[in-house]
Design a protein around this ligand. Structure first.
Ligand code: FES
Length: 105
């Protein structure tokens, strides 16, 4: 599995999303209690690219558009339907890396 660097650990803050781009994909990074998660920024509902601006409820990010929420761990919907796409994350020193995304749509 190929990983690509997308950020530095110092770029991330607990409970605040950060938008990064890899190729044509927008990815929302979230740090929760020191651990970093990556989910495709496009909400499965109406495909607005907004999950980096969502709010956190435990391990779920809630889309600011209509309130659907998705697990940062596996993308499953807590409210609404569908499933967000999540990515494996690894940290090497200061580098935050995610598995290289392939086109989703
Ligand atoms: S676009 Fe995200 S909840 Fe509607």
């Amino acid at each position: 599995m190929e990983f690509v660097k997308v950020a530095r650990t110092s770029d991330l803050h607990d409970h605040r999303g950060k938008l990064v781009r890899v190729n044509e994909e927008e990815i929302a990074l979230w740090r929760v209690n020191g651990k970093i998660y990556a989910i495709n920024n496009i909400c499965p509902h109406q495909h607005f690219s907004m999950l980096h601006q969502g709010t956190l409820d435990g391990m779920y990010v809630t889309c600011p558009m209509h309130g659907w929420s998705f697990s940062l761990e596996d993308g499953r919907a807590k409210s609404g339907n569908g499933r967000g796409r999540t990515y494996r994350v690894k940290v090497e020193g200061e580098d935050v890396m995610i598995e290289k995304p392939t086109s989703m749509w």
